[in-house]
Design a protein around this ligand. Structure first.
Ligand code: TYM
Length: 332
């Protein structure tokens, strides 16, 4: 079985609808065909300031949400990044192969650094994508399920794998992004020109999976739609309506074409009401599953410990091979 790896940052109290539809749904699906490694990337989280107590809590909450969404610890290694020291260790080696200019061109870094002021942005924020490459390459992952916003980081991972292989001999699998086009970018409900994002979205544009479902329903019902009244899929001219159709289609499994036919002659209000309803039907049982995982933190920690053990078994081999290739003297 080919391997797959992905990660998510524990930087919010709740995952949002974009995380789920863009990436996490694919994590769950790929369990049927691949050997998965899924991690909560706490090392990445501290590239911006975190409160230690909150970070620890969010790390557990992230794991609970992944389990509640269907990540199955019998089929996937589910672990916390800092439990596997090889990530930081390989990252150093890859940093030494990354050009300063190359890292400077990462658009996520440029965005985040310019928001904080370049002088205040951490060096960790700068090397963030290299650590991400280490996450992926350690597991010889063929596929990496992510949303559209991670494409550039994935390209860097591929370049680093190829560069290392060319210089030192074949060591790493060159990973492919697994980006499902239809849901690769979910947009803010209030500002459908921007992606839904925990940091950038308006409060009412962001649907958090753990917020009160009534609140989510209200956000959907007050989503910004477009001028005109026809329900058609046209992301360029009808970004708001198209986003709602994408969400509806993803949550129900009905194709967008089907939905467009079904809503012929109906109004935006009808569509919003129905999207709100399927969303509530999805998040309500999800929330009670999350709660039951959080009610038993000892069991949760056990799952994560087992995942880390499985991850280390693979990661330590890859790291040893990479260390050997670059010429480090093996310890006796
Ligand atoms: P993060 O934690 O920001 O987001 C987790 C996943 O959610 C996707 N996503 C979206 N997809 C569609 N529409 C949206 N509006 C939307 N917002 C977020 C992201 O693309 C991501 O897949 N750098 C990564 C974490 C990471 C990682 C890795 C990913 C660290 N190491 C190794 C893959 C492999 C990140 O910040 O994701």
């Amino acid at each position: 079985r080919l391997r797959v790896l992905s990660g998510i940052q524990p930087t919010a109290d709740s995952f949002h609808l974009g995380n789920y539809l863009g990436a996490l749904r694919q994590w769950v699906r790929l369990q049927d065909t691949h050997e998965p490694f899924y991690c909560v990337v706490d090392l990445h989280a501290i590239t911006v300031e975190q409160d230690p107590k909150v970070l620890r809590e969010r790390t557990r909450r992230s794991a609970a949400q992944l389990l509640a969404l269907g990540v199955d610890p019998e089929r996937s290694a589910l672990f916390v990044q800092s439990h596997v020291p090889e990530h930081a260790q390989l990252s150093w080696v890859l940093e030494c192969l990354t050009g300063f200019g190359e890292a400077s061109r990462m658009t996520q870094f440029k965005d985040k650094a310019s928001k904080q002021g370049t002088d205040r942005a951490s060096v960790g924020l700068f090397t963030y994508p290299v650590l991400q490459a280490a996450d992926i390459l350690l597991y010889q992952a063929h596929a990496v399920p992510v949303g559209e916003d991670q494409r550039q980081h994935l390209e860097l991972s591929r370049n680093l794998a190829q560069r290392f292989n060319n210089r030192f001999g074949r060591t790493f699998v060159v990973p492919e992004p697994h980006i499902v086009k239809d849901t690769a970018k979910i947009f803010d409900l209030q500002d459908p020109a921007s992606k839904m994002s925990k940091s950038a979205s308006t409060v009412n544009g962001l649907v958090e999976l753990l917020e009160d479902p009534k609140r989510s329903a209200k956000k959907v019902r007050s989503a910004v739609t477009d001028t005109g009244r026809d329900i058609i899929f046209d992301p360029e001219h009808k970004a708001g309506v198209s986003n709602l159709l994408t969400i509806y289609s993803a949550l129900t499994g009905r194709s967008v074409d089907d939905l467009v036919t079904a809503y012929d002659g109906k109004g935006y209000g009808d569509l919003k009401k129905d999207v709100a309803e399927v969303l509530v039907e999805f998040v309500t049982p999800f929330q009670s599953r999350v709660q039951s995982y959080l009610d038993d933190p000892a069991e949760l920690d056990k799952v994560l410990a087992r995942g880390a053990e499985q991850a280390r078994a693979v990661a330590s081999k890859t790291l040893a091979a990479a260390y050997d290739k670059v010429g480090f003297l093996p310890p006796l």
